[in-house]
Design a protein around this ligand. Structure first.
Ligand SMILES: [Zn+2]
Length: 133
């Protein structure tokens, strides 16, 4: 068991990760690979969209827009996971990046990449609703 953990940590240099941090790291890493895989599988479509910008009035514009939005979500998720890994390295993991409060452990269990406490998350979501109204 320890051997496996050591192997995983090797690539990270001398990061002072405790065992729980290691487990979180591995979860984040797995999640990241999944998201990256999904992004890559969208790759060819992305290239088509870039080279076909001039034909933006084509009928498939809507589905492209949806694809782009989906891609944006995936990229945002990837950033979120990367940030969580950074915080894990810094020892800042588990704290709200906005107000610095401790993030609820249940919330972290549901989404280890969570970067905001519930209060901050809610206020951002409330703002987002106002923006779309
Ligand atoms: Zn907060």
């Amino acid at each position: 068991m320890d051997g496996i953990l050591l192997q995983t940590v090797e690539g990270l240099g001398d990061a002072p990760l405790v065992r729980t941090g290691c487990e979180i790291w591995e979860w984040l890493q797995g999640e990241k690979e999944e998201v990256a895989h999904e992004l890559l599988s969208d790759g060819p479509l992305c290239q088509t969209a870039v080279s076909g910008v001039q034909e933006a009035e084509a009928p498939e514009e809507n589905s492209r827009e949806i694809e782009w939005r989906h891609r944006g979500h995936l990229e945002a998720r990837l950033r979120e996971i990367n940030d969580a890994q950074d915080r894990l390295m810094d020892g800042a993991y588990g704290r709200c990046t906005d107000c610095g409060a401790e993030i609820d452990s249940l919330r972290l269990a549901a989404d280890p990449a969570a970067s905001l406490c519930i209060a901050c998350r809610r206020s951002i979501e409330a703002e987002a609703v106002f923006c779309t109204l």
